[in-house]
Design a protein around this ligand. Structure first.
Ligand code: AMP
Length: 249
């Protein structure tokens, strides 16, 4: 059983980003970039499936600039077997990525595809759902537990006010939530081993996909600054303020 995992190179989760002066976007030049955290969780889950003898091969895919190779090497160091970079300098929006992944699903025929539930840079939360629709595959989003057996994936997912359990017939698309697992740290020997693992580079044209952006960002702005808070002496003072100042009681 082959598992395909998409990994996006995005701004490191611990880096504070700022809006560009001309408000056309977020300034990420020269910031530390890392694997999108939800994708790390996807790689971890796929590698665990391999270690459990359920999966036989883990293939990781990234779409974007040449530096995405570093992200893919990180996934290979976590235990993935081979990597594919769809190299493009174009701004890749969720629909374009979903189409690229669909083309690779057709080529690689995986039984399971893991994506993150969202990329922490654009927060779109769209690519997995679009891939499920384009490929005509069952999908479970926001997975917090995955079990694979007898040609099915049983997925526990968090929904408003509780948990839902879905049974998907494989092949299927699953997007990962934070509670699914805790990704492993990569060790130096595994980083060295990862350098020798296969990394194929293709282009959107090779896959027959038009990646021209369909959406235009009109403006990006910071949230309005918040006034500083105050400390109140006791609960009574807090209630008084909520009544008279905030007027929420
Ligand atoms: P989004 O819909 O942009 O919030 O992204 C959801 C998920 O789609 C991410 O967690 C990734 O697994 C995948 N994805 C989005 N963009 C890319 C990309 N350029 N390369 C690889 N995977 C991506």
């Amino acid at each position: 059983m082959r598992v395909l995992v998409s990994v996006k190179r995005s701004v490191d989760a611990n880096v504070k980003v700022g809006v560009k002066r001309d408000k056309t976007g977020v300034d990420i030049a020269s910031l530390k970039m890392s694997m999108n955290p939800f994708d790390e969780i996807g790689v971890e889950e796929a590698v665990r499936l391999k270690e459990a003898g359920v999966a036989t091969e883990v293939v990781v895919v990234s779409a974007g600039v040449v530096q995405c190779q570093e992200t893919l090497r990180g996934a290979l160091a976590m235990g993935a077997d081979r990597a594919i970079l769809v190299e493009s300098k174009e701004e890749l929006q969720p629909l374009a990525v979903a189409k690229l992944l669909k083309a690779l699903v057709d080529r690689e025929q995986p039984s399971l595809v893991f994506l993150g539930k969202q990329a922490i840079d654009d927060d779109s939360n769209q690519t997995g759902q679009m891939l499920g629709a384009l490929a005509g595959l069952p999908q479970a989003t926001f997975a917090s537990q995955v079990r694979v057996a007898d040609g099915k994936a049983i997925v526990l997912r968090e929904v408003d006010g509780g948990a839902e359990t879905l049974s998907l017939t494989l092949p299927a698309v699953i997007t990962t939530d934070l509670r699914l697992n805790e990704p492993r740290y990569v060790t130096l020997p595994n980083i060295m081993k990862a350098k020798k693992k296969p990394l194929e580079i293709v282009t959107p044209d090779d896959l027959g996909v038009d990646v021209v952006p369909r959406l235009k960002t009109l403006s990006v702005s910071e949230p309005p600054p918040r006034a500083a808070g105050v400390k109140v002496a006791d609960v009574q003072a807090l209630v008084e303020k909520l009544k008279t100042e905030a007027k929420v009681l």
